[in-house]
Design a protein around this ligand. Structure first.
Ligand code: DAT
Ligand code: MG
Length: 146
């Protein structure tokens, strides 16, 4: 399986509850490397642009309001099969349906406030990474012997 990059977001309620360290630990423990990261507070406009794919959905207004309600931690995760690996670690969209041990099962509040975001495929990953990061903000391929 090829090395990939995917976009992860730790959502506002998880940042507010002090879960950044616990969540990033899960990714690193699974062998994913953090190739870029920053804390930022999206405007409502930015949240609408990021989730534009869902703009016809009934949950779009609530989702974009929530995602702009406080700081988020956006990061680029890198590694073999990173896109699917991240989605497995996150668990299903609805925390009530997520497998035991997943981030969403452990820390998601409901289907909207579900603690984390992860890209769902190679094209969305490339688009989402470019939404938040310039190429010079990426620091991939760190060697474990450094
Ligand atoms: P995922 O985040 O697992 O990729 P998605 O892309 O279908 O899920 O939806 C994006 C986000 O929108 C999701 O993380 C939370 C919110 N959302 C999805 N379905 C919802 C629903 N039925 N009610 C409220 N919010 C929802
Ligand atoms: Mg999605």
């Amino acid at each position: 399986m090829a090395s990939e990059r995917t976009l992860s977001i730790i959502k506002p309620d998880a940042v507010a509850r002090g879960l950044i360290g616990e969540i990033l630990r899960r990714f690193e423990a699974a062998g994913l490397r953090i190739a870029g990261a920053k804390l930022l507070h999206l405007s409502l406009e930015q949240a609408r642009a990021f989730y534009a794919v869902h703009k016809e959905r009934p949950f779009y207004p609530g989702l974009t309001e929530y995602m702009s309600a406080g700081p988020i931690l956006v990061s680029i995760l890198e590694g073999e099969g990173a896109i699917m690996k991240n989605r497995e670690i996150m668990g299903a969209t609805d925390p009530a349906k997520a497998a035991p041990g997943t981030i969403r099962r452990e820390w998601g509040r409901d289907v909207e406030k579900n603690a984390v975001h992860g890209s769902d495929g190679p094209e969305t990953a490339a688009w989402e990474i470019a939404f938040f990061f310039k190429p010079s903000d990426l620091h991939g391929n760190l060697k474990s012997e450094i």
